[in-house]
Design a protein around this ligand. Structure first.
Ligand SMILES: Cc1ncc(C[n+]2csc(CCOP(=O)(O)OP(=O)(O)O)c2C)c(N)n1
Ligand SMILES: [Mg+2]
Length: 339
């Protein structure tokens, strides 16, 4: 077991996780109400990874992310209202409503760009790390990507350059293929690769690698702190693989609200039921965080409930802001267009 974290760090990670979770449950509800039309991806089940990595990063660090970006954006402290407005295609969204769910980006929080091109984020972060190095800056670049990105040639090229030039980049591979049914089972795609271990790919270039349980916030946090120090010391890139069991709601091609969060289930496990009881009981990172916070004496049950209510309220505000925001004006359609 990983050594527990201090109270302030645990609490800060937990708060990020709560925002991520309630944001995503709201996104699915808004989709089901017909508030937006587009394919979208949900971060539920991976919150401990994103929240702990973001906690470990510095304010000036740079980040690139993927099609599954909502959790990273709100977990970094970006305005949840503007993020939701972007998903709903509103003029007040981070990209003026033009990027949508796949491209939410808040440059003021260090996001470089959000690429839905699988693997694209690895090259963006590697390029940013090159900039950091040549400008002698004391910060790192981080790329979040899924296991599917390891099928992409650009990621392997990025590993090579980062290793050759000892670039300050932390690669976070969020491997969510465990429990996924995949395309052959009629669900969402999973990685198809000949390697028996993703870590062998960066390791072939001499990049240090670490595998962590992606539902263990302490393990992810400590691995990221160490990786960041490695980068800041000028020792080059690090690769972290965080395992999580796929949330059942992300199995179908279109997300479904397969489970609904009830934090009391952490201390009342007998109240857990339904088709996905096994996932809730053993793989929900948020319930695990609650159990850890209680076990370490960092929060009481009533404090946990109060934290949950505060996060729910913030997301309610975000929804109201987004829904009440105007659509972009038709005469602005050509703004931000290259050609
Ligand atoms: C270059 C490219 N190829 C294919 C796609 C279509 N696509 C979207 S998500 C996805 C699977 C990505 O899997 P992974 O990287 O593991 O991320 P996850 O969705 O599991 O978090 C694919 C193939 C894409 N967006 N970009
Ligand atoms: Mg995946």
């Amino acid at each position: 077991m990983t050594e527990p974290l201090g109270r302030l760090t645990s609490l800060s990670i937990f708060r990020r996780m709560l925002l991520m979770r309630h944001f995503e449950e709201a996104v699915i509800r808004l989709y089901n109400e017909g508030r937006f039309v587009s394919h979208y991806h949900i971060y539920i089940g991976q919150e401990a990874t994103g929240a702990a990595v973001l906690e470990a990063l510095g304010q000036d660090d740079l980040i690139s992310t993927t099609h599954r970006n909502h959790g990273h954006i709100v977990g970094r402290g970006a305005d949840a209202g503007r993020a939701m407005a972007e998903i709903l295609g509103r003029a007040t969204g981070f990209n003026g409503g033009r990027g949508g769910t796949l491209h939410i980006c808040d440059a003021s929080r260090g996001f470089l760009s959000t690429s839905a091109v699988v693997g694209g984020c690895a090259s963006l972060a590697t390029g940013a790390a090159f900039g950091i190095k040549v400008n002698h800056q004391a910060r790192v670049a981080t790329a979040f990507f899924g296991d599917g990105a390891l099928e992409e040639g650009v990621v392997i090229e990025a590993f090579n350059m980062a290793a050759l030039w000892k670039l300050p980049v932390v690669y976070i591979c969020e491997n969510n293929s465990a429990g996924a049914v995949g395309m052959q089972g009629g669900g969402y795609p999973t990685a198809i690769t000949a390697t028996d271990s993703f870590c062998r790919l960066p390791a072939a270039y001499g990049i240090p690698t670490k595998v962590v349980d992606g539902t263990d916030m302490a393990a992810v946090y400590r691995a990221t702190v160490e990786a960041r120090q490695h980068c800041l010391a000028g020792d080059g890139p690090v690769f972290i693989e965080a395992f999580t069991d796929r949330w059942p709601g992300s199995n179908p091609l279109w997300p479904e609200l397969a489970t609904v969060t009830e934090l009391a289930q952490a201390w009342e496990p007998d109240s857990i039921g339904g088709a996905h009881a096994e996932w809730i009981r053993h793989h929900d990172p948020l319930l695990r965080a609650v159990r850890d916070l209680l076990a370490e004496g960092h929060l009481t049950r009533s404090e946990i409930v109060a934290e949950d209510q505060a996060a729910r309220w913030r997301i309610e505000q975000a929804i109201t802001f987004a829904v009440d925001s105007p659509l972009p004006l038709p005469e602005t359609a050509e703004q931000g267009v290259f050609a």
